[in-house]
Design a protein. Sequence first.
Length: 132
Amino acid sequence: MTRLGELERAVMDVLWDGVPDTSGGVTVREVAEALDGRELAYTTVMTVLDRLAGKGMVQREREGRAWRYRASATREAHIAQLMLDALDLGGSRDAALVRFARSVTGTEAEVLRAALTAEAAGTERPAPPQAR
């Protein structure tokens, strides 16, 4: 999975966070309006969404003359894949995992421990809400 540039990340945030009443996806215009503080041209937003579609980050569906876009995966799935990709960069995965485990907070360690326990038991435990 490729890392996203700053503008691509901003566009994905719009898709992940959702524009109200857009469960069927969003148009280029709706994304541009959600990014109104950036003063971006419509064509710039259209190009970014087209590139994100090419990367498999978004799915698009034709609606009349326009496209409707939605994220292909959740933000959490994207971040998890980035973490897995980082582990594949080389060296020892075990050493990287140990170093990571030593760097997390107590609360984060509890979340990881619970997820690993649930995985070992073959159950799925919903992730707790994260504070930003």
